[in-house]
Write a protein that binds this ligand. Structure first.
Ligand code: NAD
Ligand code: UFG
Length: 339
């Protein structure tokens, strides 16, 4: 694998992955329509690495753009991050979510097939397990019933790609089920820059820490967990990005279709996250206990042993690393990339 097309490469996880690809001397083409990102992230990645990225501003649903990208560049593999990801918004706008995430992936795969590129890494999510029947979650467990169109779109794409591989086993596909990505590159130059009020815990906490937001609501303290608040498997985005490079190694072995959890195997509660962030940043987080958020599960964490065995991948960064790096990014860039 020499040249990699990264869809959604200007986004949060994409930019951290592009950085590592450049560090490992891959040629990288990014296709991103910037609906939820800024090209500034890639400029900073170029600054950090001293290497350049080919950036195409365009949409994965646009067959003309795809045709031009695959014609101009000799792509060996595609890492496919592009998609919409806000759970609440997906309930309001299901058609937009299915169109972007399902139709977008379908259009991308048709272009790949047409150009004979059959190596694909797909960003899936732990949400495909639905409400966990037992923990930790491992890949052999049946997928569940996602509670929102976003989650359903990920499950639909997993099924579509599985059928695609069944129909033509010259495809090599790795489905990566992410748990909860947090953190930022240690340079403090790139990180998560959500539009508007964040939906996710970590960016919310960090914006309370900078004073941009007044108070965090802890959604429920009556779950069946040690302190009553929700438990998740938070994974440093740099570890997560590294999992994609390992997935490329796997594609090169022509193993067909594989599914891996990318998580640490360790769950932390909302209150533990607040405490860890306070310790790492020296800030006090103003919070209140609020009602449960609909669609949330009590606890969710990975069994990451399959990725360790077959991808030779482990998460190595600690909760302290995650919090320190988020704070470094957020305090340097309180307004994100537009500051
Ligand atoms: P992100 O929004 O930062 O990145 C997604 C990128 O895709 C953005 O840069 C956006 O501009 C681009 N994009 C969206 N629709 C596009 C389209 N039609 N054509 C071209 N570009 C398009 O999100 P992220 O957190 O980096 O997530 C990356 C992927 O990982 C997504 O598929 C997401 O669903 C998945 N994922 C994320 C999480 C998480 O908590 N962050 C968890 C599980 C899975
Ligand atoms: N939480 C709060 N207050 C907030 C935000 C979140 O208490 O303001 C709590 C939630 O109730 C939950 C935990 O913090 O217990 C984590 O919530 P996030 O919104 O950060 O993450 P989720 O686990 O709900 O979902 C995330 C992504 C999904 C992805 C899933 C995979 O948003 O896209 O991880 O496990 F599918």
């Amino acid at each position: 694998m020499k040249t990699v097309l990264v869809t959604g490469g200007a986004g949060y996880i994409g930019s951290h992955t592009v950085l590592q690809l450049l560090e490992q001397n891959f040629s990288v083409v990014v296709l991103d329509n910037l609906v939820n990102a800024s090209a500034e992230s890639l400029r900073r990645v170029e600054n950090i690495t001293g290497k350049s990225v080919t950036f195409v501003q365009g949409d994965i649903r646009d067959t003309t753009v795809l045709d031009s990208v695959f014609s101009k560049h000799s792509i060996d593999a595609v890492i496919h991050f592009a998609g919409l990801k806000a759970v609440g918004e997906s309930v309001e706008k299901p058609l937009e979510y299915y169109e972007n995430n399902v139709y977008g992936t379908l259009t991308l795969c048709k272009a790949m097939r047409q150009h004979g590129v059959k190596n694909l890494v797909f960003s899936s999510s732990a949400t495909v397990y639905g409400d966990p029947v037992s923990l930790p979650l491992h890949e052999k467990m049946a997928t569940g019933q996602p509670t929102n169109p976003y989650g359903m779109s990920k499950l639909m794409v997993e099924h579509m790609l599985t059928d695609l591989h069944k129909s033509d086993d010259s495809w090599n596909i790795v489905l990566l089920r992410y748990f909860n990505p947090v953190g930022a590159h240690h340079s403090g130059q790139i990180g998560e820059d959500p539009n508007g009020i964040p939906n996710n815990l970590m960016p919310y906490i960090s914006q309370v820490a900078t004073g941009k937001l007044a108070q965090l609501s802890v959604f429920g303290d009556d779950y069946d967990t040690p302190d009553g608040t929700g438990v998740r498997d938070y994974i440093h985005v740099v570890d997560l990005a590294n999992g994609h490079l390992k997935a490329l190694d796997r594609l090169a072995l022509n193993m067909g279709l594989d599914v891996y959890n990318l998580g640490t195997g360790q769950g932390y509660s909302v209150l533990e996250m607040i405490k860890a962030f306070e310790d790492a940043s020296g800030q006090t987080i103003n919070y209140k206990i609020a009602p449960r958020r609909s669609g949330d599960v009590a606890a969710c964490y990975a069994d990451p042993t399959l990725a360790a065995k077959e991808l030779n991948w482990n998460a190595v960064k600690t909760l302290e690393d995650m919090c320190k790096d988020v704070w470094h990014w957020q305090s340097n860039n309180p307004m994100g990339y537009n500051g």
